[in-house]
Design a protein around this ligand. Sequence first.
Ligand SMILES: [Cu+2]
Length: 64
Amino acid sequence: MIELKVEGMMCGGCAGTVEKAIKRVDPNAAVTIDLPTGRVNVETDKDSKAISEAIEAAGYDVAA
Ligand SMILES: [Cu+2]
C-alpha cells in the first residue's frame, strides 16, 4: 500500500484524472482518494516512484 499526498486536486474530475493516471501504471490498482486532504492510497505492487511520476505527468504535485 502506497500513501501519497497529492496537491492540486479540486474536484471529482481531478480525482478521476489522478485515478486514471495511476491505473495506466497498474490497471489492477485499488485507488482511494480523499479529496479534502489530497490523501491518495494505492493498493499496488508497483513502486511508488512510478505512481508518483504518473500523477505528476497528469499535472498534479505529489508532496514528498
Ligand atoms: Cu477538478
